[in-house]
Ligand binder design. Sequence first.
Ligand SMILES: [Zn+2]
Length: 197
Amino acid sequence: MDVLFRRAGSAALHLVRRHGIITHNAAVRRHRMSVATLAARRWKSSTPVEFSQEDLRKRLTPLQYSVTQERGTERAFTGEFSEHHEEGTYTCVVCGTPLFQSDKKFDSGSGWPSFSDVIDEECVILTEDCSHAMLRTETCCSQCGSHLGHLFEDGPLPTGQRYCINSASLDFRPKEARRPGTPGKSPGTPGKSPGTS
Ligand SMILES: [Zn+2]
């Protein structure tokens, strides 16, 4: 998983270099300095992972499709993860990229799942969003370009960040309980295999 994730991050970095997409920390700094000078960039057509619209319409719910593909927003306090407190990993509902860990989730009172940090800054891409007469930082999955939500700077310390994310953009993987004897994962005798022939 770690390797997979690093690859995903690396691919995202290439995107950033190639298309000038702003990264997490850089975006925050630039947002503070001069948000008005940043032009909104749409980059979805060149993400590393792409799915056909036909496929997405089949496997996503109408709400998931609307939020992730059409930059929609679910109604506050209605999402499946707004009051979700299980331990585990939140992933992109479209491509499965790990995005947030449950230990960074906090109750912002906003009605949307809120996180103080991402798993890796390269798993999301931030762009300026000037829609609805507001200047916001849009958060998208760096791998498939799906819209996730927005980033605000009123989160808890030490990051001070609040990733305000739609539940419809997320899937959840519970933290695995280790089970001795799981095929291929026996923790019993690493490096000792006397029965091998
Ligand atoms: Zn994705």
